[in-house]
Design a protein around this ligand. Structure first.
Ligand code: GLN
Length: 285
């Protein structure tokens, strides 16, 4: 027999021992998952006794978190741009950093624009853009069928209509052109892959690893973008904090003069350029 207050205290100690950063916060959240309550109001119920069933369900969740499975995978969802998105081990957990990309895209988007999201994962960016600009026609692609299953559920859950296609970058898009292409591609390099937090190791490697120098997908997308942008169309990337110069160079070479934006932590996070070529696919100047 154990009371809520005591169960949370023990869980917090177990999680702390395993190196979990916000152990108390996570312990309350996991208990809220068992009791289907909200973590704040649970604090007022500290003296309540857990049933055996509740106690064992709580232990199982705490054990998963102690093994450093991300809280969002255990809860099954994550918040992004004010909406709840379902997540599981086949998709990257949406980061707050990525809101910088979405806000810039929404600033530029107009009703009627055709938008492509490459490597949509949970569908976070595509859903946020369609949600914020319902007049845009949003297409989202991913190489992973399992990720697309999650993304489709999220689009439906948010009442957004998005076209989903299984595609390795532009592979399945034929000659289609878009007014805006956005992507948060895998961008971690060899060195970064070796120093990941245990939680990030639970996320799909295919959504994180961008080749030896982390730039593989920027090279591919920049090279091919002129075949898929309409004249005046824009390419917007999320980037790793040290990639501004390298990605800007690629943009300049293949697309157009770039500009960069910082995220809320002050790191370079987004690079954008407008394609000034002609519909034939070549650069004008
Ligand atoms: N931002 C992620 C991280 O820091 C990486 C995401 C990506 O590669 N697109 O782990």
């Amino acid at each position: 027999m154990i009371r809520i207050g005591q169960a949370v205290k023990q869980a917090k100690e177990r999680l702390e021992h395993c190196g979990v950063e916000n152990a108390a916060h996570d312990a309350w959240r996991l208990l809220a998952l068992v009791l289907r309550g909200d973590p704040l109001s649970l604090r007022l119920r500290a003296a309540e006794v857990l049933t055996d069933q509740q106690e064992s369900a709580f232990d199982k969740f705490v054990e998963r978190r102690a093994r450093r499975e991300p809280l969002q995978y255990i809860e099954g969802d994550a918040e992004f741009m004010g909406v709840r998105l379902e997540v599981n081990g086949s998709v990257l957990i949406p980061r707050q950093d990525t809101e910088t990309l979405c806000l810039e895209a929404l600033r530029l988007l107009k009703a009627g624009d055709r938008v492509l999201d490459i490597g949509t994962g949970s569908g976070a960016i595509a859903v946020a853009l369609k949600h914020g600009c319902s007049g845009a026609a949003v297409t989202a692609v991913d190489i992973s069928a399992d990720a697309l299953t999650v993304a489709k559920k999220n689009a439906e859950g948010c009442g957004t209509e998005i076209e989903f296609l299984k595609s390795d970058c532009f592979g399945a898009l034929g000659g289609r052109r878009f007014d805006m292409i956005v992507s948060n591609p895998p961008y971690l390099n060899d060195a970064e892959m070796k120093t990941l937090m245990p939680e990030v190791c639970c996320e799909p490697e295919g959504a994180l690893y961008g080749g030896t120098d982390g730039l593989d997908y920027y090279r591919r997308i920049c090279r091919e973008a002129p075949q898929h942008l309409s004249p005046g169309g824009r390419l917007l990337f999320e980037i790793g904090w040290q990639q501004k110069d390298a990605v800007s160079d690629l943009m300049r070479q293949f697309v157009g003069e770039p500009y960069a934006l910082k995220d809320l932590s002050g790191n370079w996070r987004v690079v954008c350029a407008e394609w000034r070529g002609t519909a034939e696919g070549g650069k004008k100047d």
